[in-house]
Design a protein around this ligand. Structure first.
Ligand code: NAI
Ligand code: MN
Ligand code: ZN
Length: 337
């Protein structure tokens, strides 16, 4: 089989490898489609603190089960599945409270262990979620990125009464917009970004209003509109955003953070406590695959709106470059295996 391997930071090869054998409790998936994510690019460039090399990247993938390991029902062979990349121990404190995504022994497929940019990939059987017929193959690798929005909104508990501000109209911001509008019916969702084409995509994903904050001050623009967001999602993830978000937020607002920057954010106790602001963080997802699959089937989210390119897996290097360099025209790039 062919696998996309990052041998060391900066060095990508398509390698011939032996077919992997599913271990006890695992399934093997014949991969059909896999989405490119910013973290794949980060591992490629050596900017992901969790990655070990060599590594088969890819954590957003879909395919068909073609073999099972010991202890797994052979009846699962042939199932169309999307794979949850979160592999957890099942017994540590976070696992015991339903938060396997921050398991003390967390292993993320495509980061800590070999992933889905490969003709075949193995994963724990319980991580392989059946995709209903209503979801066509080329859309099924989009479940994972939407679980990020599912996870953070589960903390934020949006309601129709909220006025939401989403920082960033990249893939993550757009998933948040779709979930806020389509699932929770938030009355007003405002999106800020610096790229006009991305803001256009935010409107297509259901945003009510967009603000280009390249040269405009977000604070001035919101003041002019008389808007104080009651819910803020930071899907741009620059550490300076938190301070601004706290300032813009309504009293009793909730702020959700997704970023992994190692640089400090600066907020005072006064600025958050005086408004009793709640700040939530969210990493990957905790068992959110079934939820997102249901939203797709019910038409509450339209994942196809985020897909700008399909490319052959053989062109992975070009695909990664396009994804990284052309933010105006690229959102999700899906590789075909
Ligand atoms: P992206 O880089 O494609 O999108 C970020 C967008 O934010 C860009 O369009 C950029 O123009 C915009 N932006 C940057 N600074 C801004 C500012 N001050 N105001 C308004 N817009 C601004 O990235 P993507 O894939 O959408 O991911 C977003 C972030 O989410 C990344 O930092 C990534 O590390 C993080 N992430 C976190 C996950 C989690 O589980 N916590 C999972 C996936 C991504
Ligand atoms: Mn991803
Ligand atoms: Zn655990």
């Amino acid at each position: 089989m062919n696998s996309v391997v990052i041998e060391q930071p900066g060095k990508l090869v398509i390698q011939k490898r032996e077919l992997p054998l599913p271990a006890v409790g695992e399934v093997r998936v014949r991969v059909k489609y896999a989405g490119i994510c910013g973290s794949d690019v980060h591992i490629y460039h050596g900017h992901n603190p969790f990655a070990k090399y060599p590594r088969v990247i890819g954590h957003e993938f879909f395919g068909e089960i073609d073999a099972v390991g010991a202890g797994v029902d052979a009846g699962r062979i042939g199932e169309r599945v999307a794979v949850d990349p979160v592999v957890s121990c099942g017994h540590c404190y976070p696992c015991s409270v339903g938060r396997p995504n921050v398991c003390t022994e967390l292993s993320v497929i495509g980061v800590h262990r070999d992933g889905g940019f490969s003709d075949y990939a193995c994963a724990p059987a319980k991580n392989a979620y059946v995709i209903p017929e209503a979801i066509p193959d080329p859309l099924a690798s989009m479940v994972e990125p939407f679980t990020i929005a599912a996870n953070i909104t589960a903390f934020l508990q949006p309601t129709p009464r909220d006025v939401a501000l989403v920082y960033g109209a990249g893939p993550m911001g757009l998933t948040a917009v779709q979930v806020l509008k389509g699932v929770y019916g938030v009355s007003q969702v405002i999106v800020a970004d610096r790229i006009a084409e991305r803001l256009e995509m935010a409107l297509e994903s259901g945003a009510d209003r967009v603000i280009d904050n390249t040269s405009l001050s977000l604070q001035d623009e919101l003041e002019k509109l008389g808007i104080r967001p009651t819910l803020i999602v930071d899907a741009a993830c620059h550490p300076a955003i938190l301070q601004e978000a706290v300032k813009l937020a309504s009293p009793a607002a909730r702020i959700g953070l997704l970023g992994f920057s190692g640089d400090a954010s600066s907020v005072t106790q006064q600025s958050i406590t005086s408004k009793e602001i709640s700040i939530f963080t969210s990493r990957l997802n905790s068992h959110r695959f079934p939820q997102v699959i249901e939203w797709m089937v019910q038409g509450k989210i339209d994942v196809s709106k985020l897909i700008t390119h399909y490319m052959d897996a053989a062109d992975v290097e070009a695909a990664l470059t396009l994804f990284e360099k052309d933010q105006r025209h690229c959102c999700k790039v899906i590789l075909k295996f």
